[in-house]
Design a protein around this ligand. Structure first.
Ligand SMILES: [Zn+2]
Length: 623
């Protein structure tokens, strides 16, 4: 709404008066008119209702009043077609739509003590004619609805550029804060204006004091246009309404703070606070704090492209431009996700009181504690209590995200009570298979020797028809390339095995031995020493563009992560990244330049750290 109640009759008359002289250029097709005088009432003119394209006639009406009544949609145009209109009283304009009354160069005259057009609902554009009320009332009154004037109407009309408005499209403005706007050169505070065909819709936004305020945000039809001070709507066909929203605020700059994986994309290595892009008012300060999650340490903090070392906080003072801050992390632990079986009182065994669900939950807790005795191991569990129902197996597998290994604990069942052997079911597919099998064999051997089972251990893989793992927990873990092992602690259908698994002391012993087997596989020991990992193999470079080279390799057994070095101009190698992934893309390079890289694996156990020898250096030239 651009006017409060009661438009002054004088202003509206002046406006229409100017419009009247310009309407000769209007190309309405009179051939479509009913030519018979019978079609027009004595005291009124015929009117027609048009669709938004300004061409399609919806219906003819015998009067302006009935055309308004006939409205049933937005963006319609009512044209008073063939003669001036004399109203015997005022018309209540009460249709709750958005439309234009285009007087088509004619006049509306009436004698009323109240408004000739009393707008009680809807948004009504009125154009191209004069309206005169000789009865003392106003010409148009806004009594619940609103009247909309052309974009360049500013009270007194002297411009000769006004022409007819063939379509009922509007541009609506919302402005907030300290600033002012213009629309095609005219001041525009708020509310709706017409959009005129053929004219460029040019908006300007001026903060009230440009040393203090700025355009903080501009949206056009909901689309963010950023901190710009002028905007031109290119669509000259004007087939839609426009909504413009501008906000002025204190001048501010963006500080963009991100944690860089530096390791796997599936992990969150730490926190940076406040994270993401935040606004800082000009001249003010912003302190960013950085911390590492358990199992990671801060490797470097890079501010506006410059390394600051592993600082845990950084302050941007007297902010006068945009800034970026990135935290890089180094992985320092082996992450193991334990899945302690099914649920409470699930799967009775051959011995009274044995339930697979209960005993494997117990074993899981013992194993968690046993693994935590190794300073380089971090343990997660798929559930935090012995639940009374089976939680989804695939969902449990997905909890392997960010972990290095997934181990699911079970006891097996058979119709043949003499069956007594451990079984490890391992991830079937690369790149998980080798590691899953390596751990699986170790665990199966440990179960065999600890329980002293009758038959030897077995290792299985099982796939669905689509090639993915058949078992849900393994399939879930594979979504994140995490090797997974289901360990069947022999068969609870076997009396001897079930009885053995009933003993807490036995479960404790099993947990200790399993933890030792896993730690041994990854070269970790309880005293914090750590064996060096093997150097990475399959080291190769792929030139991606004029500024990017992708470095990839095959993971080394038990490596916590990899350090990537690049030769600088003086021939020294500088570490450019640490990652637990099997590839890294070096970006921001100079085109047609040769770069040389080395890579080595490292392994940590608590504070101890060993590195492999470097894979032979390789070179590549950017495009
Ligand atoms: Zn089971």
């Amino acid at each position: 709404m651009n006017r409060k109640k009661g438009i002054s009759s004088k202003r509206v008359k002046t406006f229409w008066g100017v419009l009247l002289s310009l309407c000769v250029a209007f190309t309405f097709m009179p051939a479509a008119l009913p030519s018979s005088a019978n079609a027009v009432s004595a005291s009124n003119a015929a009117a027609a209702l048009y669709k938004a394209d300004g061409k399609t006639v919806v219906r003819y009406y015998s009067s302006l009043k009935s055309a308004i009544k006939g409205l049933s949609n937005n963006n319609r145009i009512i044209k008073v077609l063939n003669k001036d209109v004399t109203l015997t009283g005022g018309i209540t304009v009460n249709r709750d739509y958005k439309y234009t009354i285009d007087l088509n160069g004619h006049s509306v005259t009436g004698s009323s003590t109240s408004a000739l057009l009393d707008i009680t609902a809807g948004t009504v554009g009125i154009a191209n004619g004069t309206i005169t009320n000789t009865g003392g009332g106003s010409t148009v009154a806004e009594n619940g609805g609103s009247a909309v004037l052309p974009e360049d109407y500013s009270g007194s009309i002297s411009s000769s550029s006004l022409s007819h408005i063939p379509q009922a499209h509007f541009v609506n403005l919302t402005a907030e804060g300290n600033g002012s706007q213009t629309l095609n050169g005219s001041s525009w505070t708020s509310g709706s204006r017409f959009i005129r065909t053929g004219s460029s819709l040019h908006l300007t936004f001026t903060p009230s004091d440009t040393s203090v305020y700025e355009v903080a945000g501009l949206t056009v039809n909901g689309a963010d246009k950023g901190k710009i001070t002028s905007y031109t709507i290119a669509d000259s066909s004007r087939t839609r309404d426009y909504s413009v929203s501008v906000k002025y605020d204190y001048i501010s700059f963006n500080v963009q703070a991100v944690t860089m994986m530096g390791s796997s994309a599936n992990t969150i290595c730490g926190t940076i606070d406040p994270a993401g892009t935040t606004a800082v008012r000009k001249g003010e300060s912003r302190t960013i704090t950085i911390s590492a999650k358990d199992g990671y340490q801060l490797d470097d903090v890079v501010v506006d492209g410059v390394s600051q070392g592993a600082v845990t906080s950084y302050t941007f003072s007297n902010v006068n431009e945009d800034h970026t801050i990135s935290a890089y992390y180094e992985k320092t632990a082996l992450f193991i996700m334990l899945d302690p079986g099914h649920f409470k009182n699930y799967n009775k065994g051959a011995v009274s009181g044995y339930y697979e669900g209960n005993q494997m939950w117990k074993l899981g807790n013992y194993l968690e504690s046993a693994l935590k005795e190794y300073p380089g191991i971090i343990v997660g569990k798929t559930k935090s209590s012995l639940m009374t129902y089976e939680s989804g197996v695939y969902a449990r597998g997905l909890k392997a995200k960010g972990y290095d290994l997934f181990v699911s604990l079970h006891s097996n069942s058979s119709d043949v009570s003499s069956v007594d052997y451990p079984l490890a079911i391992v991830s079937a597919n690369a790149p998980m298979y080798t590691e899953a099998r390596g751990v699986g064999v170790k665990l199966a051997k440990v179960v065999k020797s600890t329980m002293n089972t009758k038959q030897d251990y077995q290792i299985w893989i099982k796939r669905q028809s689509d090639g993915r793992d058949w078992y849900g927990v393994i399939r879930g873990a594979a979504e994140y390339d995490v090797p997974a092992v289901i360990v069947e602690h022999s068969f609870h259908s076997n009396r001897t095995a079930a009885k053995w698994l009933m003993s807490d002391a036995n479960l404790q012993k099993m947990a200790d031995n399993e933890a030792a087997a896993i730690a041994d596989y990854y070269g970790l020991s309880k005293d914090g020493t750590v064996a060096a990992p093997k150097k990475p193999t399959g080291f190769r470079l792929t030139v991606r563009s004029s500024s990017k080279i992708k470095i990839s390799w095959t993971k080394s057994l038990g490596a916590t992560g990899y350090q990537i070095y690049r030769k600088d101009s003086s021939g020294n190698y500088t570490k450019i990244a640490t990652t637990s992934s099997s590839s890294y893309t070096d970006s921001g390079l100079v085109s047609k330049t040769t770069y040389t890289y080395k890579i080595r694996a490292y392994r940590t156990n608590g504070s101890a750290k060993t590195t492999s020898s470097c894979a032979s250096a390789r070179s590549a030239t950017t495009k």
